[in-house]
Design a protein around this ligand. Structure first.
Ligand code: FES
Ligand SMILES: [Fe+2]
Length: 392
């Protein structure tokens, strides 16, 4: 982020804090608790959002080199993102076309992917390149692994998950220009294509919207995160930006609150006086800046009450295994963030999930306050894709 832009955002934060805390929405938004657990509603969210719009499957940094791959089990389908020897990232169904066995697990780098069942072998562009005892097998009419439409942009691999997988050439790639709605330069600010992976993890969580709700508000910092994030960031001191369904928001540090614009003008890198979250609809959020990022992708699980979050810790400076103090510091930061997300945010989210039946049974609403504008925008966009009018 340019210095001028950071100063302008600091100025908005300082003004918001002088007026009471955060920038405000026009009114409140009521979301019935039942909307978090109704199976019909949940199925519609999966079909009309997750299967309809281009969704980020992985950061490019996870498949940085030719012949690298990462598996992603999402929405009940086993997928495989692989970068071919030609440098192109593709999304495959992680299933051998012989009789459907799972081809690979985890992540790695292999020139050839060999099916564990009968040993059919594919290259990383998905072409079938080896069949044991081929002369005995008879004819094989296949163009290789099944593919989903994929596009790589801004250091991210997007795919259309609801498309019918096809062998050989995939259907037309997702139209990212339309989908990103001007958000591309905001993603570019994170320099995702230049990032290196520090650590990855998968976290089971509550309903995907319950999980997502925790990413949007700074209102909870001084309560839930009082001993962690709340020591750095002020609760309820947030400003908001939006590009179509995508958002970016900024939280004031105590330092900005205490020092005001004088501290911002004196700071060599004023963006460090804010915490920034860049949120790509529907499910991907980046916390931090180009020097260090926590990327979180939340996918619905097998039922309304579950989700899975792929976390990738990224940073621009590669890890030097010889520099143990650098490595220790990087891993300490990973553990700290994992603690915040797992023990604070997701523990709270799972408890909310347990309370949903009682809340929904009593026809309770979750109320998003005027100071929870990013949450309001998120739910309004979810409803938009479900063709539900939020103004009613
Ligand atoms: S199912 Fe893969 S080789 Fe038979
Ligand atoms: Fe949180």
């Amino acid at each position: 982020m340019e210095r001028e832009e950071a100063l302008a955002l600091c100025e908005r934060l300082v003004a918001a804090m002088a007026a009471g805390g955060s920038e405000l929405a026009e009114g409140q938004l009521h979301v019935p608790a039942a909307e978090y657990r109704d199976p019909t509603r949940w199925r519609a969210e999966v079909d009309r959002i997750f299967r309809a719009v281009p969704v980020v499957l992985a950061p490019s940094a996870l498949v940085a080199e030719p012949n690298s791959f990462v598996t992603r089990d999402v929405l009940g389908t086993a997928l495989l993102v692989a970068r071919g020897a030609d440098g192109v990232a593709r999304t495959f169904v992680n299933a051998c076309v012989h009789r459907g066995a799972r081809l690979c697990d985890g992540a790695g780098s292999e020139r050839r992917l060999t099916c564990p069942y009968h040993g059919w072998t594919y290259d990383t562009a998905g072409r079938l390149v080896g069949v044991p005892h081929r002369d005995q097998f008879g004819d094989i009419a296949t163009d290789g692994l099944l593919q989903l439409p994929t596009a790589e942009r801004h250091g991210l691999v997007f795919a259309t998950l609801g498309a019918t997988p096809t062998a050989g050439e995939p259907a037309a790639p997702p139209d990212l220009d339309t989908w990103l709605d001007g958000f591309g330069p905001i993603l570019d600010d994170l320099a995702l294509a230049d990032q290196h992976v520090v650590a990855v993890s998968e976290l089971p969580g509550p309903n995907w919207k319950v999980a997502k709700d925790g990413y949007f508000d700074g209102y909870h910092f001084s309560a839930l995160h009082k001993d962690t994030l709340g020591r750095v960031y002020r609760g309820n001191a947030q400003v908001f930006e939006a590009w179509g369904p995508h958002q970016r928001f900024h939280f004031a540090t105590h330092r900005l609150h205490d020092g005001g614009m004088t501290s911002a003008h004196e700071h060599p890198r004023p963006h460090q006086l804010m915490g920034t979250v860049t949120a790509l609809f529907p499910n991907t959020a980046f916390a931090g800046d180009r020097d260090g990022l926590l990327m979180s992708q939340v996918f619905p699980g097998a039922a309304p009450g579950t989700s899975i979050t792929f976390q990738t810790h990224l940073r621009r400076r590669p890890l030097d295994p010889a520099d143990t103090s650098d490595l220790d510091k990087a891993l300490e930061r990973v553990r700290y963030l994992e603690f915040v997300v797992q023990e604070e945010d997701y523990a709270t989210g799972l408890a909310i999930g347990s309370n949903l039946p009682a809340m929904a049974g009593a026809a309770q609403d979750f109320v998003f306050g005027r100071n929870e504008l990013a949450n309001q925008r998120f739910h309004t966009w979810v409803r938009h894709f479900l063709e539900i009018d939020s103004s009613q």
